[in-house]
Write a protein that binds this ligand. Structure first.
Ligand SMILES: Nc1ncnc2c1ncn2[C@@H]1O[C@H](COP(=O)(O)OP(=O)(O)OP(=O)(O)O)[C@@H](O)[C@H]1O
Length: 321
């Protein structure tokens, strides 16, 4: 009998999962799994529970929650020598990572994906002692209020919010930064940098179009020092995937990246506060095996609000060009 450990965050998203748990347990049991569930109690608890599931040699771990919960579970697994296969049931607010994997939003369909056993090993990002599945990055903000972690999430974690914050852009201040990526070096004043592991950075798939999740490579974006008008124009171009030859942006793929700043700069990891730089980013190639949807199970992106928002934003900035 295979054993499954469900780790769920009761506070994620609209808190709808806990009512569904009995049905989900039945589904796993009927498919031949012996199943147990752990309800997280606080921040960091999913990491401890995931490490314990490795030590107890569960065959699979199912992470139920949003990006924060998935990050914690991946963190708990990544340091272990025995790593169970990982299933995801999206139950958070934005679910960027589940979206990148095209995992359906319905709990039942997400369970079907796991039970269908379509397994692929994917890359995991490591920076210093932390791990990330989606994105890490940093930028110097002058506003003290953005030192608050939850605010940072809105600024850098989900790139969508970076865009929403065109009004926040003046608060980015250029910082002299040295970035070593594989055998090359960039040195100069930068507004922000992003290191993406998946191709869905805040749902903006065009930013890192060629990103693959099992090639051992990050997509590194560096936005160099610009004035306000340029900043808005460059970000808009990047979201449309039209930044390739833009002199204000460095976009390269690399396995190993070191970032050192002259002044204190906070690090953001999968949308949460992740300490301060310097940071050594290492791509752990095909580190965890995930249950992924087959082609006919893949969620078709249908997010009219976001599309409308991008349209509005990019049209507005056409006037500035
Ligand atoms: N019992 C709990 N009480 C309060 N917070 C918790 C509890 N269990 C986990 N957490 C924390 O809740 C935070 C948010 O969780 P999560 O990211 O899964 O949901 P979300 O914010 O709704 O979704 P998303 O990140 O996709 O927008 C995580 O940082 C996690 O550490």
């Amino acid at each position: 009998m295979k054993r499954a450990r469900i780790i769920y965050n009761p506070t994620s998203g609209r808190e709808a999962f806990k009512q569904k748990l009995p049905d989900i347990l039945v589904k796993f049991e009927e498919a031949g799994y012996v199943t147990s569930a752990h309800r997280t109690r606080s921040k960091g608890d999913a990491t401890t529970a995931a490490t314990k599931a490795c030590e107890d040699e569960f065959d699979i771990v199912v992470a139920v929650g949003g990006d924060g919960t998935i990050n914690e579970v991946v963190t708990g697994i990544s340091n272990q020598s025995y790593r169970p296969k990982l299933g995801i049931i999206p139950a958070g607010t934005t679910n960027d990572f589940a979206r990148a994997l095209k995992i359906p939003k319905s709990f039942e369909k997400a369970v079907d994906v796991i039970l269908d056993n379509n397994i692929h090993a994917l890359d995991v990002g490591q920076v210093n002692d932390c791990f990330f599945v989606n994105i890490a990055g940093g930028g110097k903000l002058t506003e003290v209020s953005y030192e608050v972690p939850s605010k940072l999430k809105t600024v850098l974690g989900q790139l969508a919010y970076v865009m929403k914050g065109v009004e926040m852009l003046p608060r980015f201040r250029p910082i002299h930064t040295r970035i070593e990526y594989d055998d090359e070096v960039f040195e100069g004043e930068i507004m922000l940098f992003l290191i993406a592991n998946s191709n869905s950075v805040g749902g903006f798939e065009k930013l890192a179009q060629n990103a693959k999740m099992n090639d051992g490579l990050f997509d590194l974006f560096v936005l160099k020092k610009t004035n306000m008008a340029e900043f808005a124009r460059v970000i808009t171009a990047a979201l449309r995937g039209q930044h390739v030859n833009d002199p204000n942006i460095l976009h390269v793929q690399a396995r190993d990246i070191k970032v050192v700043t002259d002044e204190k700069m906070q690090l953001n990891i999968d949308g949460e506060y992740g300490g301060v730089l310097p940071g050594h980013f290492v791509n752990l190639q095909e580190h965890i095996e995930f249950f992924l949807p087959t082609e006919d199970q893949q969620m078709i992106e249908d997010d009219p609000v976001k599309q409308e928002y991008i349209e509005k934003l990019t049209t507005e900035h056409d006037f500035e060009e």
